[in-house]
Design a protein around this ligand. Sequence first.
Ligand code: GLC
Length: 583
Amino acid sequence: MPSTGQGASAHDWWRTAAIYEVYVRSFADGNGDGVGDLAGVRARLPYLAELGIDAIWFAPWYPSPMADAGYDVADYRAIEPLFGSLAEAEKLITEAHDLGIRIIIDVVPNHGSDQQPWFARALAAPPGSAERSRYHFRPGRGPGGELPPNDWTSMFGGPAWTRTPSAEPTAGPSAGERADGAPGEWYLHLFTPGQPDFNWAHPDVRAEFASVLRFWFDRGVDGLRIDSAALLAKDPGLADLGATPTPGSSAPVGTAPASAVAPAGAAGEPDGPHPFIDRDEVHEIYQEWRRIADSYRGDRVLIGEVWLPDAQRLARYLLPDELHSVFNFDFLCCAWDAAALRGVIDTTLDAHDRVGATPTWVLSNHDVVRHVTRYGRADTAFSMTDRQIGEPSDLALGTRRARAAALLTFSLPGGVYLYQGDELGLPEVEDLPEELLQDPMWERSGHTNRGRDGCRVPLPWSGDAAPFGYGPEGSSPWLPQPAEWKNLTAEAQSGDPGSMLSLYRRALRLRRAEPGLGTAGLAWLPSPDGVLCFRRGEGPAAVTVIVNLSAEPVDLPPHGEILLSSGPVSGSLLPPDTAAWLR
Ligand code: GLC
């Protein structure tokens, strides 16, 4: 395995890795059916190698009815036929490894699909049966059981419960929805009805996922991104949420009001544990997973999608016997504001330091508004509960800031995550026709939240018109690409030294090559208000990073050379919304 990224050893590769998220449906379409696939990814592996990443994280690639774009998994040991086959995935893993790129796959343990054999058997079995106990089935409240068992709401809006039929139920394409309202038990789904939550107190569930982990590790997969990782354990009594205190800055994916998802006092705290977020029992699960990962040479990694407002609670997932790393959503959600960013950076470093874990930094993913668009708005922060769709955005400003943000992100100590299209500077597509929207958020929010399709539009690779090389000439991508993207194709940007793609390539290369950027920790240097300035490394290898988030040009600190800047630098003045790496 040639690449380890920066100064990390092959064993610790993840500590400094640049990990690129591939959202398969929208990356590249090899067969022309409008949906991205593994053939498309395989053809673009050289592009990813040239970009300078260390690993690919694949959003779910399993067979799925796509109630939630693949996060409703029908078979954890196979590949969605629209994407390809298991044999093709195995080839892809080998080809990526040959190029020095590691492979991380998404595992979705909180919930399955209503099309999974286990769920079909549960529906066909009577209340109280062993088959139903792998999920959370309960009788309803009210005289006829016509009310949901408790007051939990789905992350995508609407109730977290769907009622099943009482007699001779059958599992069809939308068994959960069709059954709703019929006089039977209810089942829990924190997301769509097509995603029934597993009962993690059941030994079958634990054994099944232990086996799934081994299945993929045996095939050479280097790591797992664990979906909705803080939600698996539920209060055995499924207690009502009731009134909940004010949440912190992060919330799980969805449209549910913050009060419905906020920890009501984190587990073990005076208010008692939340009935489904961040319960203590969840840690036993990851301790078991860590033992499995460590039984494979010790270089397989577990990465948690953990949205928690409290950095110290988050750090508990990073103890040496649990996950290797978690996404830093506080950094992603933070406004383009020097004081706020510095606060998040300090809190992150401190919380990770205490448990000996490596921080990570991320600006975008398949769930959030693309940061070029966010940073061009009046309010530059991101909130899952208010996506600000349609709020005006100055995309030239957003792009300038996104360039500076890339240099900031890539110069912080730890690992980084990129989302496909970040390197092309793609904006959010905010004007997709309503009839094409596929994200369940749109329907379940009663058409008040357009959801996440705008960051999932297929990538523009080449040419002057759609499908921009995403698929063969004449094919129609599953979501339409804006005509303006002809200026943002990988081809158009490749030869342009001033493009976002060129900046990403240079920054990722330097990040690997500069020993100062591979060290732990950072030292803040004095700087005016609105400016972030810090040093990485010591002595001749030290790199000084400066980011000007103020409205005025600022003096560069003393330096010998500018290694890289996100925009033009005139003399010794760094313009607003510009970053530079100095020696
Ligand atoms: C995670 C995924 C998101 C999905 C949800 C339910 O937050 O990132 O896309 O909808 O989990 O699986």
